[in-house]
Design a protein around this ligand. Structure first.
Ligand SMILES: [Ca+2]
Ligand SMILES: [Ca+2]
Ligand SMILES: [Ca+2]
Length: 281
């Protein structure tokens, strides 16, 4: 019944009041948001300088760009070609892209990229990142799984905090547009930002100078963007926030009409269970 008095503007508070807490551990490993079963579409280029055009070869279709093996995706309409993928994972935030080389002809490697995101199934696109590429000359033998150690790739990192449900990756130029009759890649990965998805629980107690719990004290915290969340303490002075983003610095304050408390600055790296406020005497 303690939790009867708990109030919070967090949606997650509903879970707290039901008695269940969840915590996602902080992890810095990046993972590919695409998977081989995701819907994927061919994007053919607006330019072709070599006269060899037409759809990708039967066993080198666009699905091979995300099949988790080094089997390649090849497009004859090469300059500006690429793919559109809609990850089954849903809405994702990515900040890196890794491209693996194919099995032959380095002159077909992309030499630049344009990465865009969409949240309306491709009706409109927003540029996430664009730049040059310098893929290694080393080749990856066809069919090797992505888990094979020592595969050859280039990883491009960029600043992005926006979530998207679809991605379009195109390659405006290739290494040698005269020599090559096509664009090809062994595999592509779009890597997410797990840190921003990691949330933790913050809990503590508000008490008087003699250690008595203070009910209905207002506890709030503000992030670096000035956004504030608030909760009230229960009958025994306890409060709890769930779903607080880790890796940020916050200012926590407690207020009550009868007591005064010193604000606390906290850099949140993990779940915190003893963020206590003691009233000034
Ligand atoms: Ca993959
Ligand atoms: Ca061509
Ligand atoms: Ca592949």
């Amino acid at each position: 019944m303690l939790q009867k008095y708990f109030h919070s503007i967090f949606v997650a508070a509903a879970i707290v009041m039901a008695g269940a807490f969840f915590t996602v551990p902080v992890s810095f490993a990046q993972t590919d948001v695409t998977s081989p079963t995701d819907p994927v579409q061919v994007v053919s280029g607006p330019f072709d300088d070599d006269g060899q055009v037409g759809p990708p070869p039967l066993n080198e279709g666009v699905d091979k760009a995300i099949d988790n093996t080094m089997t390649k995706y090849l497009n004859f309409i090469d300059e500006g070609s690429g793919l559109i993928v809609t990850p089954g994972a849903g809405s994702t935030v990515i900040n890196s892209m890794r491209i693996y080389t194919a099995n032959d002809f380095p002159d077909r490697d992309p030499a630049s990229y344009l990465l865009e995101g969409s949240n309306n199934a491709g009706s409109s696109w927003t540029v996430i990142s664009t730049g040059t590429l310098n893929l290694p000359a080393n080749r990856n033998a066809t069919g090797q799984p992505i888990s094979t150690p020592g595969l050859f790739s280039q990883t491009v990192s960029f600043f992005n905090l926006m979530a998207y449900t679809s991605y379009r990756i195109t390659f405006p130029t290739i290494k040698d547009v005269i020599l090559a009759n096509s664009m090809q890649i062994g595999e592509i990965e779009l890597l997410d930002i797990p840190v921003s998805a990691a949330t933790v629980t913050v809990a503590g107690r508000v008490s008087s100078s003699v250690g008595r719990g203070v009910a209905s004290a207002r506890v709030s915290f503000t992030n670096q963007n000035g956004e504030t969340q608030m909760a009230l303490t229960n009958a025994f002075g306890y409060f709890r926030f769930a779903g607080v983003e880790a890796g940020e610095t916050y200012i926590f304050t407690a207020t009550h009409k009868r007591y005064q408390f010193t604000p606390q600055v906290v850099t949140l790296l993990d779940t915190l269970s003893d963020l206590n406020f003691v009233a000034e005497p």
